[in-house]
Write a protein that binds this ligand. Sequence first.
Ligand SMILES: [Zn+2]
Length: 77
Amino acid sequence: MMPPMCVVCPPAPYSRRPFEEFTLVHFRETRTYDEDWVGHPENAVWFCADHAPLVEGLTGLTADEALERIGQRTTRS
Ligand SMILES: [Zn+2]
């Protein structure tokens, strides 16, 4: 499991936020894995408490699609 790292926050990985403030959001799966897959699922993405609300209504998309929409929301405000 990767350490929590918000995908929206500026490139400052491993911020000082406590682990509890991160949410692992699952998006639509883009590929299937072998049954013994134990790694980090590609459709699961970490968000910090500030950005977790941005994914509301987007979890039906793939992670790539959702992140694109989130990027538009966060840069055009
Ligand atoms: Zn964030």
